[in-house]
Design a protein around this ligand. Structure first.
Ligand code: MN
Length: 235
């Protein structure tokens, strides 16, 4: 096969670190669950009724990924940039129409994620029935810790917490997720042919809030790891 020539250097493949390994996890797609904790859905003014409602999703570009421990400039076009800490499921196998009781087979491991959000743009889009892309898929907005490999494991509980400059903002437990890891993988696999390298950010608990340039976000998920992000002045 001829070696292709490019007009300029193509982007590096998106990849994230794996704990206790030199090998990187190559990233395919980034999926996000919209509302997966009752108290967060209520604080957003859109309560969820688990008997009637189904999960919903949005995506970010792999180019929005940022490794934990980095600093990022405060983004453009917002004055309300908010933190959302989330359990992230990293898939090591693919599948479509996966049954919940088979969903653990797709799990490679877990990471801590930050779904950073331009909340002012999201609220404006929501009011007007417009897509969330510019609110959610902005540069450096998908922060990710190194992945903890635990193939086939389904996490069902564990403390999830986030601090800004040392002050606790979010403090909950994975047991409060409305739809668990099995249900989310099964449900998403009815919409997409899931593949190894897909990441699922499983939604944030209550306590989301704004951060400013100069502030430091730190968080952790019990049994998974920790995450940090520092915001610089806008460029
Ligand atoms: Mn989120």
């Amino acid at each position: 096969m001829p070696v292709p020539s490019y007009l300029w250097a193509p982007p590096q493949p998106a990849a994230v670190a794996v704990q206790h390994s030199d090998a990187l996890f190559p990233v395919h797609r980034l999926f996000f669950v919209g509302r997966n904790y009752l108290a967060h859905a209520s604080e957003m003014g859109r309560p969820v009724d688990p008997r009637r409602d189904r999960p919903f999703y949005f995506t970010k570009s792999p180019s929005a990924l940022l490794a934990s421990g980095s600093s990022a400039p405060y983004p453009q076009a917002t004055s309300n940039y908010q933190h959302e800490i989330e359990l992230v499921v990293a898939l090591g196998e693919g599948g479509a129409e996966v049954a919940p009781e088979e969903a653990h087979r797709l799990v490679y491991g877990y990471a801590c994620g930050l779904d950073m959000t331009r909340r002012d743009l999201q609220m404006a889009a929501r009011e007007q029935g417009k897509p969330w892309d510019t609110a959610k898929d902005c540069e450096h907005s998908a922060v990710l810790s190194p992945i903890a490999a635990m193939p086939g494991v389904v996490l069902e509980r564990g403390r999830i917490e986030l601090r800004v400059d040392g002050t606790t903002r979010q403090d909950s437990d994975l047991a409060s997720m409305i739809w668990g890891v099995r249900e989310l993988i099964a449900d998403l696999s009815r919409l997409y042919h899931l593949r190894a390298g897909d990441l699922i950010y499983t939604g944030t608990p209550e306590g989301v809030g704004a951060v400013r340039a100069g502030q430091r976000i730190e968080g952790s998920i019990e049994g998974v790891g920790s995450i940090a992000l520092e915001l610089r002045n806008a460029v």
